[in-house]
Design a protein around this ligand. Structure first.
Ligand SMILES: *[C@@H]1O[C@H](CO)[C@@H](O)[C@H](O)[C@H]1NC(C)=O
Ligand SMILES: *[C@@H]1O[C@H](CO)[C@@H](O)[C@H](O)[C@H]1NC(C)=O
Length: 350
């Protein structure tokens, strides 16, 4: 509805916008009051250690998907078996695994397997590591219409559960997350509880994410301390190489057969005019052919426009550095998270 109101002639992409933690509260002319944090929901692994957990999907190129999951056991296989009928896995793909340490915490084995080529708008059944439950996914369509759901600042509370329940009422094709996933904030087991919490949703549809401030988790400035984004980049791998980006903190991808180009910017990566992100963004936008790609969508965490007192001005340096690039490319819509309040702005352009 948001986009349809702005662009009445291009109604073939629908956004379902949901903000988590602060569910939308309309309070007349009064100041927005942020609701208190919801009760935390910490999801345990109730299967054998060798069984996959924290299964989630992301798109890789036009007709592939990355399946990511974690096993506690050190010997889980990075294999996905899949097919178009339940239990009849006609194809399998092998990928790779990684792990990381964060002070005393050692992650499980983090598997990433790319499957495909897959048919568009098609249901597949799959199993990870040759053991455990069967999962079901639906691939996005290869043309418009497409339905993109959006939810930022997820966390793992009763608010999150409510938001994801709302999202699931729509048969959306892909979820876009403008940052702040687990709110682990250096407590690494919270990444695992989050992965289990969202599996029910993230194993069915691709979740495309970019980072927020709660993903930074930089260790102390001491030798041997973990750097920033260690957990985020190991666990929530996105197709940055495929979009010519040298950083896991920003990337882009096409949806609906190239009718939609989504740019995921990094609020917490360097962005000034001499930065790698700036150069990459300029090249990425220059490659978009607006005759083939009527929809150009940008996500980032810290909003460039915000009338709330909370987080006021935090996006201003990035706005000053990059806003002109977005105007010149005639970006249709920018989504942000961070503030936990719903606002929208219409820009008349330069
Ligand atoms: C499994 O799928 C293949 C390919 O669609 C089909 O030829 C085969 O009959 C199926 N097997 C079973 C047991 O359903
Ligand atoms: C961009 O940031 C880098 C690193 O902070 C700095 O060295 C450089 O001078 C900045 N460039 C501009 C144009 O502000």
């Amino acid at each position: 509805p948001l986009v349809e109101a702005m662009e009445p002639n291009r109604t073939t992409m629908r956004f379902v916008v949901l903000l988590v933690v602060g569910t939308l509260i309309v309070s007349g002319a009064a100041e927005y009051v942020r609701p208190p944090p919801g009760r935390a929901i910490l999801t345990e692994h109730d299967k054998p250690a060798s069984h996959p957990q924290q299964v989630h999907l992301s798109v890789v190129g036009a007709n592939h998907m990355r399946v990511s999951w974690i096993t506690d056991a050190k010997h889980g296989h990075s294999v996905v078996e899949y097919g178009r009928a339940s239990g009849n896995y006609t194809t399998s793909a092998t990928g790779e695994h990684t792990s990381y340490r964060y002070y005393l915490y050692s992650s499980g084995k983090i598997h990433h397997v790319t499957i495909g080529p897959l048919d568009p708008d098609t249901v597949y059944y799959y199993r990870c590591g040759t053991v455990g439950d069967e999962f079901t996914l639906k691939t996005p369509p290869a043309a418009l219409p497409i339905e993109l759901a959006l939810a930022g600042d997820l966390g793992q509370t009763e608010w999150t559960a409510s938001t994801l329940a709302h999202v699931s009422k729509n048969d959306y094709d892909m979820l876009l997350v403008p940052g702040d996933l687990a709110y682990a904030d250096t407590q690494q087991p919270l990444w695992d509880t989050f992965g289990r919490f969202v599996q029910e949703h993230a194993s069915r549809r691709p979740w495309m994410v970019t980072e927020g401030n709660h993903e930074v988790e930089a260790g102390m400035a001491l030798p041997g301390s973990p750097g920033p984004f260690v957990a985020y980049t190991a666990r929530w791998r996105m197709p940055h190489e495929e979009s010519g980006s040298t950083s896991a903190l920003y990337y882009s991808f096409d949806a609906a057969g190239g009718a939609v180009h989504v740019v995921m910017l990094g609020s917490y990566a360097a962005f000034n005019s001499t930065s790698e992100q700036y150069g990459w963004l300029a090249r990425d936008l220059a490659r978009v052919d607006r005759r083939a790609t009527p929809w150009l969508v940008v996500l980032l965490h810290a909003p460039w426009y915000n009338t709330n007192a909370a987080h006021a001005g935090e996006g201003e340096a990035m706005r000053k550095a990059m806003e002109r690039l977005l105007y010149e490319a005639r970006v249709d819509v920018v989504f942000s998270g961070h503030v936990h309040a719903y606002e929208r702005f219409v820009n008349k352009g330069l």
